[in-house]
Design a protein around this ligand. Structure first.
Ligand SMILES: Nc1nc2c([nH]c(=O)n2[C@H]2C[C@H](O)[C@@H](COP(=O)(O)OP(=O)(O)OP(=O)(O)O)O2)c(=O)[nH]1
Ligand SMILES: [Mg+2]
Length: 315
């Protein structure tokens, strides 16, 4: 049997303060009935994703979308069909959303999203909704005070909400001490902190998760940390992306997009190859390698969650 291919446009409508997201419940009589969803529906013939999004949100919620940006594309095999969920983050709309088809509609705080039952295809979307567009990777710094001053500036002035503590030159004790300080600072700014190192680091520092080097990623057989923590990894090719999906990473960086002074010999992916790899990654992907925040919109347009950078945020 040849499976049907279904292309669906769906909306992540996030409140202005980024604290809440709008979800709806599918009627019990339809496919995936009774589960919660991001409002939307199938593309009509000749429609683009964005056109379908506008029409569906008018039909289902009575709102007019004014500004939206691609968030993530998820390919998923259901037993009876291959589905492409083309998810948009809605930044501006007019009207007060309500369930025009009688369905329940609810604004839900981000951290409570995981308590709602969604269709199987939706896990990557939940992750994408909860993650920001920018991922700061810290630079090597000898001095803890310099390190903290630069981190504090990025949190305060650049609005960074996701941080990876990368400090290869520090010995274990020094790393743990710096991580404790970084964590306290991140907490003050409602930012998440991931530790670049052994998964067992989380036993010593109660950070938000672990970032795996590609080498560590490839050596693992299963997810090394609890579901309640975030797991990210460095990837450079399809094999590593597939491994990240296999062990249940929540998101990844994919690099190098461009050549950089720190990695002058690496072969850059460029946007074309990057887009091809992201399309089937099945999780949020941050573009890394010569990226600045001015690349974030373009990264989004080719399917990325956003950009990861050391230099652009470390001043
Ligand atoms: N809208 C939406 N659909 C989802 C999500 N997750 C998920 O697996 N799906 C699946 C369920 C359906 O098989 C398909 C969406 O179809 P739909 O029933 O919303 O389509 P539609 O609004 O055009 O409705 P219809 O006229 O075809 O009944 O995608 C999600 O988060 N939002
Ligand atoms: Mg629908």
């Amino acid at each position: 049997m040849v499976k049907r291919r279904v292309h669906v446009a769906a909306a992540a409508i996030v409140s202005r303060d980024r604290q809440e997201v709008l979800i709806a419940r599918r009627p019990s009589t339809v496919d995936q009935g009774g589960l919660w969803e991001f409002p939307g529906g199938k593309l009509a013939p000749y429609e683009t994703g964005f056109e379908a999004l506008r029409r569906e949100l008018h039909e289902e919620l009575g709102v007019e979308i004014q500004r939206a940006q691609p968030l993530i594309r998820v390919h998923h095999e259901y037993p009876d069909k291959h589905i492409l969920l083309d998810v948009w983050q809605v930044h501006e709309f007019a009207g007060e959303p309500f369930g025009r088809e009688g369905q329940a509609v609810r604004w839900v705080p981000m951290e409570e999203l995981v308590n709602y039952p969604f269709p199987a295809a939706n896990l990557p979307i939940l992750r994408a909704v909860m993650l920001p567009t920018e991922y700061l990777i810290s630079a090597e710094e000898d001095d803890d005070a310099d390190f903290l001053a630069k981190l504090e500036r990025a949190l305060r002035e650049d609005g960074i909400r996701l941080v990876q503590l990368r400090a290869k030159t520090l010995a274990h004790e020094a790393y743990v001490a710096r991580a404790e300080q970084a964590l306290a600072l991140c907490r003050e700014h409602a930012a998440r902190l991931l530790l670049n190192g052994e998964p067992s680091l989380l036993d010593e520092v109660d950070a938000d998760g672990i970032h795996l080097t590609s080498e560590r990623l490839m050596s693992l057989e299963r997810r090394p940390i609890a579901e309640g923590k975030w797991l990210s990894a460095s990837t450079h090719d399809r094999a590593q992306l597939e491994q990240a999906a296999r062990i249940g990473c929540d998101f990844v960086t994919l690099s190098p997009l461009r050549t950089t002074p720190t990695h002058p010999d690496a072969d850059p992916l460029g946007w074309h190859d990057f887009q091809q790899l992201v399309e089937t990654a099945g999780m949020p992907v941050f573009a890394l390698g010569g990226m600045t925040r001015y690349d974030a919109d373009h990264a989004r347009a080719v399917g990325a969650q956003g950009i990861a950078s050391i230099r652009d945020f470390w001043k």
